[in-house]
Ligand binder design. Sequence first.
Ligand code: 6R9
Length: 656
Amino acid sequence: MSDILIESVLQEQRQFPPPPAFSAQARIASLEQYQQLCQEFQADPQGFWAGLAQRELHWFRPWEQVMDWQPPQVRWFVGGQTNLAYNCLDRHLTTSRRTKPAIIWQGEPGDVRTITYEQLHHDVCQMANALKALGVQRGDRVGIYLPLIPEAAMAMLACARIGAAHTVVFGGFSAEALKERLRAAQVKVVVTADGGWRKGAVVPLKPQVDQALADGQVPSVQRVLVVQRVGGCAMTPERDGWWHELQPQMSPDCPAEALDSEELLFILYTSGTTGKPKGIVHTTAGYNLYTHITTQWVFDLQEDDVYWCTADVGWITGHSYVVYGPLSNGATTVMYEGAPHGGNPGCFWDVIQTHKVSIFYTAPTAIRALIKMGVEHPQARDLSSLRLLGTVGEPINPSAWMWYHRVIGGERCPIVDTWWQTETGGMMIAPLPGATPTKPGAATLPLPGIQAQVVDRQGEPVPVNQGGYLVVTHPWPGMMRTVYQDEERYRRTYWEPIPPRDGQHFYFAGDGARRDEDGYFWVMGRVDDVINVAGHRLGTMEIESALVSHPAVAEAAVVGRPDELKGETVVAFVTLERHYQPGDALKQALLAHVVQEIGAIARPSEMTFTDALPKTRSGKIMRRLLRALAAGESPTGDISTLEDRGVLESLRPQPQ
Ligand code: 6R9
């Protein structure tokens, strides 16, 4: 049995230095500048963060202690008072940003709203007053179940303004998933809409809320505030109220509360690729600072940028990099209600062309879907406004990275591959686009102030290019504070897998990774998904990337199946590019391709062609379900986050 934790089998040698024209204008313009920031942190970790907090945020009251670290509990800027909504809105109103677009929103049917900072401030204050009128007080929880419309951002900011915590539930979740989350967070008021638009059709939302709340199933919920988006829905008298009826009655004056640094800001239930969702807790000041500064660094934000992150506000990327990070920096953030889809395969490129987007941030799953739709769509649009591209959510396969670089970035835009988690609050490992040479498939280097390592079970760093566990060894301001009302799960999940040694504590991210000779991090997938073939532990990312590097393959997922002889064998699920037909000849060609790219060890023992893979709503492949199918079992555990249950049905072995 090999004692190597995760073997790395795929080598990627290409390297892309930051384009000189980009670096010339960049906030952080060289590796030396990056290293200097890292050294500032090393020399005085607390001073580093305190300096940034002082410079970048507004404080109603200064803190007394920068950091209080009682492992695994941390508090930042203890004794200080600030307000995230104030930092995102009020402070911009005394500058030229007052009339700058804060949000450019486009609905899927093509309707557009441009909301200036002044207008957004006005609407947020009214919504905050509406929440108060409905009984929400500081410390209460508010559920937000909305499509991607500006009111979603307004509701979040309204909560942050008055010190109520929000828990956003993705609008695509079922009534059951919604109920579970509303109950777990003991939500008092729900903000929802009659419905939204998705892939050319209306998706009703309010009926899901009605179902979740029926028969007093969530006793904590007292009132429901409903935004009109698609033309109406049934209302329950006494409980439900229309936002458009309430808004004109609300004063646009609602001073931001001075909130304690550690005041509960939001609870976000994780996407749940591996079982029961956890309520990840973030608090006010640390989260604000961390999303603010990482937005600035990694997106090299400039005053005239038009920034578009395609994420829904229902997951952390939407929280940190659609709403809070960009607005705290006074940026223009684009929100687009739709997803890439067959009805208009060019819809993303239309948004970029129409609004002259300069920074575009999306997920590998979307990139792979867009590749499948064909190059003719981006090629028919003017994408010359773009200057920077980003990805998040999964490891990006090098071949998808290259497509993004060539076809969308015109070979001139750096790509920032950003590794982070709901738990980390913001980006942790990512290139600084003016400074860091990139390599397709690598998240590159930790951001200044982040102490990341790849270690074994004992917390010992593994040798160069060997796979191990990705950990973080020093607290950072955006770090999760706990699992809501489950401190024990917080400890067990994140701090106990690798026990502390010599006073050093290890935040366990649950991902496998390796570092190369330049110190770059290559994330190899979730450690739960590692496949053990004859003592060789293989990460899913590398085998999948080998498959995706074949021109016929659009997307691939691999899982292990128990095998008496080898321990496990590799089972592959593959979706094909347009114009390719499944068949035995192609299967043989793909198996040979994996052997050539990686070696016989990774050769799948079985390959299934499918039209789609089971994914979470945020686009992550749910290998747990595929693993059960490959073993001939019925998938168990939570499938409430599965995007399309039909996919699972079609993958079940058919009786012969
Ligand atoms: C932001 C977000 C977190 C998990 C994480 C990892 C995977 C995210 C990645 C990446 C490789 C990247 N992940 N970004 N893996 N490279 N750039 O996605 O949060 O939904 O909590 O998921 O996503 O496995 O542990 P979340």
